[in-house]
Design a protein around this ligand. Structure first.
Ligand SMILES: Cc1cc2nc3c(=O)[nH]c(=O)nc-3n(C[C@H](O)[C@H](O)[C@H](O)COP(=O)(O)OP(=O)(O)OC[C@H]3O[C@@H](n4cnc5c(N)ncnc54)[C@H](O)[C@@H]3O)c2cc1C
Length: 440
């Protein structure tokens, strides 16, 4: 039978959300502090990293999560860690100017990953981290030349250990002929995201932060020079508030909710296929992602026994049966030899897209936020959590180019993302067009 929990949770001993451990269960009103310096809403990579930084600099930091800490995308993702950019170098330069554009690229490709690695190392987080590199498979032949040029431009801006792989040598990376070659990013890696977020939780608590699960923030109001945050277990007065809810942002924070589109991503983990079979599929052990718009991403499990395969099976919260059959179709397109494998785990999570596909750090009416990772946050979320915390402390080290990204809403997204089923149809048509071009 296919289990609906993320594959990562059992090896990480992630608490069962239905019966959380005593520290993560709903706190009694007496357990919640009446006040704190900083209240963080959301206990994922962003919120926990921010709390670690704030508490280690002497601030009393309280983190609230409406589920068990780590329950959001941070414990359910593909476990690929690296960096990248969705807008081209040219687009970034023309929108933001060369200086800011290049800074964004360097932060996205180099600094965020270096920060995440340093936290894993400094905090001794045992999360199966391995520097495997990542292969980005190109969907269309025409993308090979443009990707090679883009890589050259990037490497002229900063050191980036990456190279092109022509289609003739692609099977040295991954056992498929589906792609038109690709790019290898050598510094990227693999980890178990549930172990990673539990490691960040332990690090934040060690630094002195108080983290409460099963405690939604239901409202934030200004009060004097600070804020009062409502929860079902009582009110907390806070000098400052940081919102770190990304794709799980709810109606308690309407201004932010209008700026984030919660697009689900679906993943399956197969039955044990055996190490030899996995090594045939992934000879170098690299993480694999695709260049197509609704891209798939896949990898061996850390013990090299299963395939973990993710993708946008639908752009709305589709039922599990539909998601599984769509992922099976996509998986067998890449690896036709896996048609008969069974899925032991099938789950989903919410990515938080901004309308310009870039994260944003900022403050409005005194309430700070860091979010909009648009599907790639294992490095960026802890990095920007740290940066926003430094900004809240008034430390110039908190400077980041991601304060300069636009963070607008759209009049047709007033709250609930009613439009996702229509977006699904739109992107399916775009897929068909791209597939037709691929076959030419
Ligand atoms: C299926 C999937 C696969 C992905 N794969 C990858 C990958 O391989 N590599 C990569 O780099 N990135 C990947 N990502 C993206 C990455 O997981 C996220 O960008 C990152 O985890 C975001 O972290 P976060 O802390 O900002 O948000 P989250 O981890 O989503 O945490 C937000 C938290 O806020 C809480 N919350 C919401 N509202 C409230 C409230 N009112 N009160 C209290 N708490 C609240 C939620 O319960 C949740 O725990 C993937 C995402 C998904 C969903």
């Amino acid at each position: 039978m296919t289990r609906p929990q993320p594959y990562w949770w059992a090896p990480a001993k992630f608490p069962d959300p239905a019966s959380p451990s005593p520290t993560d269960a709903t706190p009694s009103p007496a357990a919640l502090p009446a006040e704190c310096d900083v209240l963080v809403i959301g206990a994922g990579h962003t919120g926990l990293s921010a709390a670690r930084t704030l508490a280690s600099r002497g601030r009393s930091a309280v983190v609230l999560d409406k589920e068990v800490p780590g329950y959001g995308a941070s414990s359910r993702n593909g476990g690929m860690i690296g960096g990248g950019h969705r807008l081209s170098v040219e687009q970034l330069e023309s929108r933001f100017g060369a200086q800011v554009g290049h800074r964004m690229l360097k932060e996205a490709h180099v600094e965020a990953l270096a920060f995440a690695r340093s936290v894993i190392e400094d905090e001794g987080i045992d999360c199966d981290f391995k520097q495997t590199g990542r292969f980005r498979g190109l969907w269309l032949d025409s993308e090979y030349e443009t990707s090679a040029r883009e890589l050259e431009r990037l490497q002229a801006i900063f050191d980036l250990d990456a190279w092109m792989v022509p289609q003739a040598r692609q099977r040295e990376e991954v056992a498929t002929d589906l792609y038109a070659g690709g790019t290898v990013y050598a510094a990227h890696g693999a980890l178990n995201p549930a172990k990673y977020v539990l490691g960040l939780l332990a690090a934040a608590r060690r630094a002195g932060a108080q983290v409460f699960g099963q405690t939604p923030a239901t409202g934030v109001e200004r009060s004097g020079s600070g804020f009062v945050v409502d929860t079902p277990a009582g009110k907390i007065r806070a000098g400052q508030v940081l919102v770190a809810t990304n794709g799980y942002t709810d109606g308690a924070l309407p201004w932010l909710r209008r700026r984030i589109v919660p697009i689900p991503s679906f993943i399956v983990a197969t039955e044990e296929l055996g190490e030899n079979r996995l090594r045939d599929l992934f000879p170098t052990g690299r993480m694999v992602a695709e260049s197509r718009e609704r891209h798939c991403y896949f990898r061996p499990s850390p013990d090299y026994k299963r395939l973990i395969f993710g993708g946008r099976a639908a752009m709305f919260p589709a039922p599990d049966g539909l998601a599984q059959s769509e992922l099976r179709r996509l998986m067998t397109e890449v690896f036709p030899q896996l048609g008969d494998v069974t899925f032991e785990h099938s789950w989903s999570g919410r990515t938080g897209f901004s309308f310009n596909f870039m994260p944003n750090v900022g403050e409005r009416d005194g309430i700070w936020h860091a979010m909009g990772y648009s599907g790639s946050g294992n490095a960026m979320a802890p990095y920007l959590g740290h940066k926003v915390a430094l900004q809240m402390l008034g430390d110039s080290e908190g400077d980041t180019a991601f304060t300069q990204t636009p963070f607008d809403g759209r009049f047709w997204h007033p709250g609930k993302p009613w439009f996702l089923p229509f977006a699904d149809v739109f992107f399916r048509l775009r897929d068909r067009q791209a597939n037709a071009r691929k076959r030419k």
